[in-house]
Design a protein around this ligand. Structure first.
Ligand SMILES: Nc1ncnc2c1ncn2[C@@H]1O[C@H](COP(=O)(O)OP(=O)(O)OP(=O)(O)O)[C@@H](O)[C@H]1O
Ligand SMILES: [Mg+2]
Length: 400
């Protein structure tokens, strides 16, 4: 279990200075200390502390309006922080104008100049920086090679597909070798297939160039697939920071559990601890169902006492469905009896809604033919079923 304990650099609701370097001595490429932004009386970003490793890709993930773009604009210098400090490569940038921050920007709508060629679009930032003509042509050529559109110099944006335009926007952002690359929902205008390909391409380009990158997205799959670190935000407040696996496996609160992946979240009362040293607790869900669960959160150290009110979080992917009662009664997993409410065939997976004691649980099973839950034989509403879920896959959160 210890091996799974993730790093926790989240500082929710407090504002101690962020460390200026990581434990292995790597200096942080971007650092935010107690950064806040208010528009009039509305606080869009609250007390954010962040430190980003050089060459890493960090996602800002959260629902619409949670402050992702505002935070990106603060780092870019398009907005001024109401409070706090932002440093890039150890240099405070509070008084540094946007064009002197050496930041590459890509927005959702590509924003290429329609009447300029690809070469002129990519070269725009270089011209501004006074790069000589011959050097400029060489850099443009290299940037086009990087985004795998060689020889496209003389085309106009309207002669390119959406995915190609987005790659030109990326070439334009990386051509002057920025210290930081900021991407705001760069893939949202693309269709699903192209988006998948571009995710991989951006990641490869980012790694090949060793670019410290911040990606804004509200798409959890995108964040999970692309990031070294995910910063989950809600209502201007950072909820959790960690690598994709630990944020998914060990959400720190109800919001993160519900936002990232499919989670069943039920109110419960904590009854008693297990007599052994397993750290498990017996809990009674609000629908009367009793099961064993373990304290959750990043370090699995959430303090729990008998009599506490809390939430139990169970991932749908951790629940196994069967139509016959599991035979081995000695298995330590929780076993819940219920009935199918709904089933949706999603190709690789089948998603079920199961009523357990009056509460609907959502779970997904790999589509298979073996247990009567196959593609040609979805379980019908009303079918009696059993759910098995490991005790340590039931996390106690939100203790009060
Ligand atoms: N210039 C502004 N003046 C007033 N309010 C603003 C301004 N810019 C942003 N806001 C508000 O700040 C909040 C955060 O906006 P922001 O654009 O950062 O959200 P977001 O997380 O990027 O959302 P989305 O996913 O929809 O792009 C919103 O409530 C927005 O209305
Ligand atoms: Mg936004």
């Amino acid at each position: 279990m210890n091996a799974q304990i993730p790093r926790d650099r989240t500082q929710v609701g407090t504002s101690p200075p962020a460390v200026s370097q990581f434990a292995d001595g790597t200096p942080d490429a971007v650092r935010l200390d107690g950064v806040a932004k208010a528009f009039g009386s509305f606080v869009a970003v609250r007390d954010v502390n962040l430190s980003l490793r050089k060459g890493s890709l960090t996602s800002l993930l959260g629902p619409s309006g949670c402050g992702k773009t505002t935070l990106l604009r603060l780092i870019a210098g398009l907005e001024t922080a109401s409070r706090g400090e932002i440093a890039i490569n150890g240099r405070s940038v509070g008084n540094v104008a946007i064009h002197k921050r050496n930041i590459g920007l890509v927005f959702q709508n590509y924003a290429l100049f329609p009447h300029k060629t690809v070469a002129e679009n990519i070269g725009f930032g270089l011209k501004y920086r006074g790069v000589a003509k011959a050097e400029m042509a060489a850099k443009i050529k290299r940037a086009l090679d990087v985004v795998r559109l060689p020889g496209m110099e003389e085309r106009y944006p309207n002669q390119l597909s959406g995915g190609q335009q987005q790659r030109i926007a990326l070439a334009r952002a990386v051509v002057f070798e920025p210290d930081v690359l900021l991407l705001d929902e760069p893939l949202s205008a693309l269709d699903a297939n192209l988006r998948d390909n571009m995710r991989v391409e951006i990641k490869l380009i980012q790694k090949a160039l060793g670019l410290t990158t911040i990606l804004v997205t509200h798409d959890q799959q995108e964040a999970l697939a692309m990031s070294d670190e995910i910063v989950v935000m809600n209502q201007g407040v950072v909820q959790q920071i960690g690598d994709p696996k630990s944020v998914y496996r060990f959400p720190r609160n109800r919001f993160v559990a519900g936002f990232l992946g499919q989670a069943n979240i039920c109110g419960c009362e904590v009854l008693e601890s297990a007599a052994d040293t397993s750290g498990q607790w017996r809990v009674r869900l609000d629908n009367g169902t009793e099961l064993w669960a373990v304290p959750g959160g990043e370090t699995r150290q959430m303090p729990v006492r008998a009599g506490d009110r809390a939430d139990v979080v169970i991932r749908g992917s951790d629940m196994k469905l069967s139509v016959s009662e599991p035979r081995d009664a000695a298995l330590p997993g929780n076993r819940l009896a219920g009935s199918i409410v709904d089933s949706s065939y999603l190709g690789d997976d089948t998603q079920y809604v199961v009523d357990v004691g009056g509460t609907n649980f959502k779970l997904s099973q790999r589509t298979s033919r073996e247990d009567g839950a196959g593609a040609g034989d979805l379980l019908r509403p009303g079918t009696r079923v059993f759910i098995t879920v490991a005790r340590d896959a039931c996390a106690i959160l939100g203790v009060s």
